[in-house]
Ligand binder design. Structure first.
Ligand SMILES: NC(=O)c1ccc[n+]([C@@H]2O[C@H](COP(=O)([O-])OP(=O)(O)OC[C@H]3O[C@@H](n4cnc5c(N)ncnc54)[C@H](OP(=O)(O)O)[C@@H]3O)[C@@H](O)[C@H]2O)c1
Length: 198
């Protein structure tokens, strides 16, 4: 049996923990992020390309997909994108049909299917979806980029959990534009002594 793929999150939040404005606009509700990003030196991507180079597939929530459809060029070229939705009749624009598959399985069943296809590392994106995977203990690594702006309200990254989830800090980076990036690896129960080896 294949082990499930490693599941990695790479996401930006406001200082008050939101990933997007409540109504998903303007610009997918991430105008505050894009504005600060634009103030960085040209070509600075805050580790994104290096992260993308290490993943075999994306799994994203349908609402994140709605935002991604507005990106030009398509930012995930060459990496298969699996969009989780509970809608049976969601239409994918013709230009994206070769890149995207709609998925209706549970998180665990989807990961098992991807493992069977040879996927070893997944980039998981979308707040609701990340919360769903966290509830089922299916997230292995978190890279969080904190943007120094309070937006007051919005779509949350974090949600209710049935129990605590502990993490080992792996890296901290920061940039003059004010972004602070922390990377964590999941500590499995009883594995606290393995922090250095994580
Ligand atoms: N700051 C950042 O770095 C960042 C990154 C990504 C996205 N965003 C922003 O965040 C917003 C989207 O995030 P979000 O938290 O609102 O939504 P999301 O997680 O992207 O999408 C939620 C949708 O995914 C589907 N879904 C969720 N859990 C599911 C499950 N267990 N099984 C099947 N389908 C499931 C449902 O789609 P259906 O309703 O179709 O059933 C649900 O409505 C957008 O505004 C986007 O621009 C920001």
């Amino acid at each position: 049996m294949n082990a499930r793929p490693e599941v990695c999150v790479f996401i930006a939040t406001s200082l008050d923990g939101f990933i997007a404005r409540p109504d998903g606009s303007p610009q997918g509700g991430i105008d505050w992020l894009l504005e600060r990003h634009a103030a960085a030196p040209p070509g600075e991507d805050f580790g994104y390309a290096a992260f993308m180079a290490g993943v075999d597939a994306l799994v994203m929530g349908r609402k994140t997909f709605d935002t991604a459809l507005g990106f030009d060029p398509w930012p995930y070229a060459g990496t298969p994108v699996h969009v989780m939705t509970r809608q049976r009749s969601l239409a994918v624009p013709a230009a994206r049909q070769a890149d995207v598959r709609l998925r209706h399985e549970s998180p665990g069943a989807l990961l098992a299917a991807l493992a069977a296809e040879g996927v070893r590392r997944v980039y998981l994106d979308g707040g609701e979806l990340i919360q769903a995977f966290l509830r089922e203990e299916l997230v292995d690594r978190l890279t969080l980029t904190t943007v120094p702006v309070l937006i007051g309200q919005g779509r949350r990254l974090w949600g209710a959990l049935p129990a605590d989830r502990a993490w080992a800090l792996q890296a901290v980076r920061h940039w003059p534009v004010g972004f602070v990036q922390t990377t964590y690896r999941r500590l499995r129960p009883g594995a606290e002594g393995a922090v250095a080896a994580a």
